[in-house]
Design a binder for this molecule. Structure first.
Ligand code: NAD
Length: 476
């Protein structure tokens, strides 16, 4: 094992934490809605007292602006907790189901029981939000949790550890910090459920490990989320919303528009409006975006180099930098960058960009859009900008995606009633609100036999029994 593991927690102590949670899981699963709500309230109150510390940790990690921490991290977590508190009692109630004719004499219901001991592995791009949101859903469903936050945002991970160590006993909620080695060790244990947020490549490793124990999984992954803009869209407004959704968090958002498919008749207008929108947000005083504290940085040198390699490869293969293209290595700074003249041979059109580069691809026919999208893996999000419902319906009905926003970008993540997640390569399972509660619950089917009996169809299969069976198969 490497230094990160030995410096923080050793193999034996991880196994000990797991065993203690296994022992405690039944008691935790038997907690009432009120008891779970008290736990959620403790987290809410800790966040409100320590808001400044959360902002400071993320500024240290990758210069995320304190206001962006409020919008992208704290608002989402607080909203989720409040939503869970409001609805938990009714969600926990068993839901009865109607009795079909062949079951007359019985009653039946679905009981929502905790899955048990859960593992949550989270990424670095929204390091607080993406660790705590699944955690509170797991708590609401009555589980114990081991959380492994990302090693790439060490200040936020350490603070998350501090928070949960202060609020919970490790036999209920524990944080294990570390890198892929620690993850590998955790994944070797027989968890009841694994909730992973990260790249599709690591998602496959997680699912393979889960298969050994047949642990259920939720995989919140990434990929290339397209943004379609047709000739009827309001280009100025579309550009404003697109620029915000793309360059927020320096493009390091799983649902950030990855590339744009725009009708050729409005392409130039779009590029001009995108430039204006970026300047208005990040360079209002003309001092240069690199001097703006409102613009986040790339998380580390590894990702800085990755994003710059994508840019260099595109330019080498003939792409045009229509805007931006500036990088400062010492600050992990890559400016908001718009690329035109892109083609499929470029890495920027093959991999998830996860950085502030926006390729713009003009199209002639709507069918071309569908082919470009459907030739790739099903995306986590797809954005459709149009003022014609016929066009919206066409794009919607000819593609598949985890989520879609019409005439805006990325805001569906904040909708408490919608499921959040991908399809196949962009994810398996859903989270958020009731969907997260269900993901962390076993939906136990309960049939209570009261007066009925199936005895008349038991063997021996006499002519009368056979007649009865034939009747049942034909008419019930
Ligand atoms: P990542 O897959 O590299 O890492 C995620 C987590 O997995 C980290 O905690 C990391 O320590 C751990 N990990 C890394 N390698 C591992 C291995 N070999 N075995 C086991 N665990 C390992 O992802 P990232 O770079 O932190 O995040 C970026 C990716 O996450 C992007 O693809 C992005 O789209 C996706 N993402 C998805 C969502 C979503 O909700 N769908 C949200 C945020 C990010």
């Amino acid at each position: 094992m490497n230094n990160i593991l030995t410096n923080t927690i050793n193999e034996n102590s991880i196994v000990e934490i797991y065993k203690s949670q296994k022992k405690n899981a039944l008691a935790v699963s038997q907690t009432t809605a009120n008891e779970r709500i008290q736990k959620l309230k403790k987290i809410l109150s800790w966040i409100s007292t320590n808001e400044a510390l959360i902002q400071e940790a993320m500024f240290k990690d990758f210069k995320k602006h304190p206001s962006e921490v409020l919008i992208g991290e704290i608002l989402g977590v607080n909203g989720e907790i409040k939503h869970l508190i409001k609805h938990l009692k009714s969600w926990m109630k068993p839901s009865s189901v109607p009795t079909p004719l062949n079951m007359v004499g019985s009653s039946a219901y679905v009981k929502y029981e905790a899955k048990g001991v859960c593992l949550i592995i989270s990424p670095w791009n929204y390091p607080f939000n993406l660790a705590i949101k699944p955690l509170v859903q797991a708590i609401a469903a009555g589980n114990t949790v081991i959380l492994k936050p990302s090693e790439m945002t060490p200040h936020t991970s350490a603070l998350t550890n501090k928070m949960l160590t202060e609020l919970f006993e490790p036999n209920e909620i524990a944080v294990v910090e570390g890198d892929a080695n620690v993850s590998t060790l955790l994944l070797s244990l027989p968890f009841n459920h694994i909730f992973f947020t990260g790249s599709p490549a690591v998602g496959k490793i997680v699912m393979t490990a889960a298969a050994k124990h047949l642990a259920s999984v939720t995989l919140e992954l990434g990929g290339k989320s397209p943004c379609v803009i047709d000739e009827t869209a309001n280009i100025k407004k579309t550009a404003e919303k697109l620029a915000w959704g793309k360059f927020l968090n320096n493009g390091q958002t799983c649902i950030a528009p990855d590339y744009v498919l725009v009708h050729e008749s409005v392409k130039d207008e779009l590029v001009e409006n995108l430039k204006k929108s970026v300047e208005a947000m990040y360079n209002p005083d003309g001092k240069g975006i690199e001097n703006s504290i409102d613009y986040c940085r790339i998380v580390n040198a590894r990702h800085y180099n990755r994003v710059n390699r994508l840019l260099a490869d595109s330019v080498e293969k003939g792409a045009n930098i229509a805007y931006g293209g500036k990088s400062i290595e010492t600050d992990n700074y890559v400016s908001p960058t718009i690329l035109t003249d892109v083609n499929d041979s470029m890495a920027v059109m093959q991999e998830e960009i996860f950085g502030p580069i926006l390729p713009i691809i003009p199209y002639k026919n709507p069918q071309d859009v569908v082919e470009i999208i459907n030739n790739r893996d099903k995306p986590l999000a797809m954005y459709i900008n149009s003022s014609k419902s016929k066009n919206i319906d066409f794009f919607m009905n000819s593609t598949s995606a985890g989520g879609t926003v019409i005439n805006d970008s990325i805001i569906h993540y904040g909708h408490s009633e919608l499921p959040f997640g991908g399809v196949n390569n962009s994810g398996i399972g859903k989270s958020g609100g009731i969907w997260g509660f269900l993901e962390f619950s076993n939906q136990r089917a309960v049939l209570h036999q009261k007066y009925g009996t199936f005895k008349m169809i038991f063997p021996p299969y006499t002519p009368t029994v056979k007649k009865l069976i034939n009747f049942i198969v034909k008419y019930l």
